[in-house]
Design a protein around this ligand. Structure first.
Ligand code: IZC
Ligand code: ZN
Length: 416
């Protein structure tokens, strides 16, 4: 494969390292000016400031613009049938997210639509969403099951994730979320559903190597902390790394569980109490915060400054799903990171690149622009990092490169 030299980079901004950055280090990134970056075999071969080396390479002129790592969206519910636009009117009349769910809507209406959809329909729909993500600068994403809530449909969702990972340029990390809600057919027998998950579905998911992570929705009226603990331990016995939806609406002990189970990440954390922050700091758990969901629910915003002060590494993700965040725009998430979490642009960049990669166990290979990492990067229609955090509502990703191949922008496909 031909080499690619990106020349005339005005500002190259990237965190450094192969693990999550926490505390003050979250905001310490490397800035190169008048920079270049050489790609070979899908990886970053070299980068620096000033004159680029003489190389037999295709040259891409970055026009003095900003270059960052490709964005990593560490939390999405990518695979679903239908949408839930009918809930907008309910929301406007003050019906809450948990009330809609308790009435059999919300997640459960998406479960119905997902069970009814064929694998090919789910694939085609998620493919389009991934195209949109790539267009916005995302080069890797996490994707959850959780709209099947039965063996066959959970496997169907996870197989779609695997096919998309193999066929779409955006790489995917798969998470099993069978404990997303109690399915209607188990309404009178929670214990039977928990046993189904722990004894049949998790072993099968592991056997077919369909997921790397196991997640639970630990929330009032959904799964208690005790039930969540039990499911995550069952996942661990089959090699699934724990994640946990915690403190989204009510603080019922989810974030405190991170230490007990050794969770790689905890999600939402909108109402995370100090004990939850302490547990995550101790466990080295990445706090995966989802500000577009707070925005959409009209709720408060996660106490991210307290997390950073306590040494918890923070990632920012979209939470793309048909209910509480029908947006996959990680650039908007970056705006909210600054405006609502009061993060600096440097902290935000780490949150959507290296720390997001760490939340899905990918920090060895992606999340920063360094030699030997994958050549996943974005050339922005922007002069510097502040600009992409400040502008709102426009797509500023101009050129998107995945594993050294130009997937969007001028010279698109020239190396494929
Ligand atoms: O479909 O409502 N919070 N799960 C937990 C979601 C949001 C997705 C949904
Ligand atoms: Zn979620």
């Amino acid at each position: 494969m031909k080499k690619l030299l990106i020349n005339n980079i005005g500002m190259l901004a990237s965190p450094c390292g192969k693990e999550a950055r926490r505390g003050k280090a979250q905001g310490e990134i490397r800035i190169l000016r008048k920079a270049w970056l050489l790609i070979e075999g899908g990886h970053i071969a070299a980068l620096g400031e000033g004159e680029p080396p003489a190389a037999d390479a295709v040259i891409l002129d970055a026009g003095g613009k900003l270059v960052t790592p490709g964005l990593v969206d560490a939390h999405t519910h990518l695979i679903f049938g239908g949408w839930r636009q009918n809930e907008l009117g309910l929301k406007l009349h003050g019906v809450t997210y948990l009330e809609i769910l308790a009435q059999g809507g919300g997640i459960l209406s998406t479960v119905k639509a997902t069970r009814e959809a064929t694998e090919d329909e789910l694939f085609a729909k998620a493919w389009d969403a991934l195209d949109e993500m790539l267009d916005l600068g995302v080069t890797t994403a996490e994707a959850k099951s959780g709209y099947g809530l039965d063996l066959e449909t959970e496997l169907k969702q996870l197989r779609v994730i695997r096919r998309l990972h193999e066929e779409h340029p955006v790489d995917l990390a798969a998470t099993f979320l069978g404990a997303h809600a109690l399915p209607p057919e188990y309404k009178e027998d929670r214990e039977a559903y928990l046993r189904l998950l722990c004894e049949r579905v998790i072993p099968r998911v592991a056997e077919e190597k369909l997921a790397e992570f196991c997640d639970v929705f630990c929330e009032t009226g959904v799964f208690s902390a005790e039930e969540s603990h039990r499911i995550l331990e069952a996942g661990k016995r089959f090699g699934l790394i724990p994640k946990i939806h915690a403190d989204e609406i009510d603080p019922i002990g989810g974030s405190q569980l991170t230490e007990a189970v050794g969770a790689i990440s905890a999600e939402h954390l909108i109402v995370c109490p100090p004990e939850g922050i302490a547990a995550m700091a101790k466990a080295g758990t990445v706090a995966c915060c989802l500000p577009a969901t707070s925005f959409y629910l009209g709720s408060t915003f996660a106490p991210v400054r307290d997390m950073i002060a306590a040494g918890v590494p923070v990632a920012l993700a979209s939470d793309f799903n048909p209910g509480s965040c029908p947006s996959l725009n990680l650039q908007f998430v970056m705006n909210l990171g600054c405006l609502r979490y009061k993060m600096t642009p440097e902290e935000v960049l780490t949150g959507v690149t290296l720390n997001a990669a760490a939340a899905i166990a990918r920090a060895e290979n992606i999340g920063s622009l360094e030699e030997r990492k994958l050549a996943d990067l974005v050339i922005w229609d922007a002069p510097d990092l502040d600009y992409i955090c400040y502008r709102m509502g426009s797509n500023l990703a101009e050129t998107v490169i995945k594993k050294g191949m130009i997937k969007k922008g001028y010279l698109h496909g020239i190396l494929d």
